[in-house]
Write a protein that binds this ligand. Structure first.
Ligand code: FMN
Length: 422
């Protein structure tokens, strides 16, 4: 019986452990987590979601405060179209986040950045160009395009000096999405360096409908895309993602032709993960019935999350003047519309509740939207219960090693300090 360590992900002349920790915004996949993956010979992701906010936390900058100061006059206004990002500041924040991460990188692995197209930031093309270019400027090893079809994203950076040397790839959930991407980017004569195929069991936003994700399965989509790549003689590494919970799950994809797996859920309970410790305990405690796929994300994509996420049903005032990452090119966000509808319906209420949409910026920023993978309910089987009744948080290294070396669907429990001592 094989383990993941029997395989390698080949990128040109480089060979990596075929384990990629997926991007988890907003700063759930921290630099520390990504750096561990790289140190251990795999690939880690940071995320550029709400990067000015992340930079304020990491480096004590004041990007959010400055933006809010500039647009404070607009807070009570329904029309959010005047609220714009300062592109220079966006570039600075990205360069700081990426630059300091890359400086700290050790080991043979790589660090990529996850860039979601759905963060339209009231100027989709301009802001995405800045985000991608600044990440390349600051030395990121690779970029993973996600949450969108990205039909124009390669073209935004075709003149960047690193356009052909950085590893650039995309997340797709169907062959159709991949074909569209390849067709639209054909004129650039630059294929993606990797394709992540994400199935319906993943965390975060899903590339399936909220009511039919059960009809799809990752293995089938992977096989379909592998066949297509072979038929077209496209030698691009395919990476399987979504519901790969054990090393043996990973092996079955590697044996069927995937070059690597991308995993995330198991790392949500790592020390290095950005989720606060009390939220990590919620992830451990969850049972299957506590997880749902809903449509409250203003992006229009379904999202999987814990049903007890504080973000669900909260009716907070939109914070677009400080954040505003989901404003489309015309200053619209589905949450702003939903909130204003409730305010109009309940003009005298001191507080409204909004169930159909959530203010994703604020709630993700505050770790109140507990997005998670389908198998979150199995996390409790990956650790021990401590004497105070809580679950033991794991090291990223422990989880990574378990993926890399475990066989027979076994999951190694941590060698708990508490258990060793007494
Ligand atoms: C908490 C959490 C947040 C996530 N956030 C993002 C994100 O911001 N962008 C993205 O492309 N994928 C996101 N994902 C998806 C992961 O990167 C990954 O592809 C997927 O969850 C892998 O499946 P697994 O969680 O079953 O291992 C997120 C996943 C989780 C669990």
């Amino acid at each position: 019986m094989k383990c993941v360590d029997d395989f390698r992900l080949k990128f040109g002349s480089r060979e990596l452990v075929p384990i990629i920790i997926g991007g988890m915004g907003v700063d759930i996949s921290t630099a520390e987590l990504a750096l561990e993956a790289a140190r251990l010979g795999g690939i880690g992701h940071i995320s550029d979601a709400m990067v000015p906010t992340v930079s304020d936390r990491r480096f004590n900058t004041h990007f959010v405060k400055e933006k809010l100061k500039l647009y404070k006059y607009n807070v009570a206004n329904i029309d959010k179209s005047p609220v714009r990002f300062d592109l220079g500041q966006l570039a600075d924040a990205t360069r700081m986040h990426v630059g300091s991460t890359m400086e700290a990188k050790r080991g043979d692995g790589m660090v990529f950045i996850n860039c979601m197209e759905k963060l339209t930031m009231n100027a989709p093309r301009e802001t995405l160009r800045v985000r991608l270019s600044a990440a390349l400027d600051a030395g990121i090893d690779g970029i993973t395009l996600s949450a969108g079809l990205h039909l124009g994203s390669f073209a935004l950076i075709e003149d960047h000096p690193r356009f052909r040397d950085a590893k650039l790839g995309i997340i797709v959930s169907s062959l159709r999405a991949l074909q569209l991407f390849l067709r639209k980017t054909a004129r650039l004569n630059r294929l993606p360096d990797f394709i992540i195929v994400e199935g319906p069991l993943a965390g975060g936003h899903l590339g399936f409908a909220a009511d039919d994700w059960q009809e799809y399965d990752l293995q089938t989509i992977v096989s379909e895309i592998l066949l297509y790549l072979r038929a077209e003689q496209l030698d691009i590494p395919l990476i399987a993602a979504g519901g790969v919970f054990t090393g043996s799950d990973a092996v079955s994809f590697l044996e069927s032709g995937a070059a690597a797996v991308q995993v995330a859920t198991r790392f949500t309970v790592a020390h290095e993960c950005g989720l606060p410790a009390d939220v990590q305990q919620e992830y451990f405690k969850a049972s299957e019935g506590d997880i749902e796929v809903n449509t409250i994300s203003p992006t229009g994509y379904p999202m999987r999350m814990l049903k007890n996420s504080p973000a669900i049903g909260a009716g907070i005032r939109p914070n677009c003047e400080a954040y505003g990452y989901l404003l489309d090119g015309n200053g619209h966000c589905a949450y702003v519309d939903a909130y204003n509808r409730e305010i109009t319906l309940h003009p005298t209420a001191r507080k409204v509740t909004v169930y159909d949409k959530t203010c994703l910026c604020t709630h993700m920023r505050n770790f109140d939207c507990w997005t998670c993978g389908h198998y979150t309910y199995r996390l409790k089987d990956t650790t021990r219960i401590l004497s105070d009744g809580s679950y033991e948080i794991l090291s990223a290294e422990h989880i990574f090693n378990d993926y890399q070396f475990s066989k027979d669907h076994k999951i190694a429990l941590p060698t708990s300090l508490e258990n060793v001592v007494g």
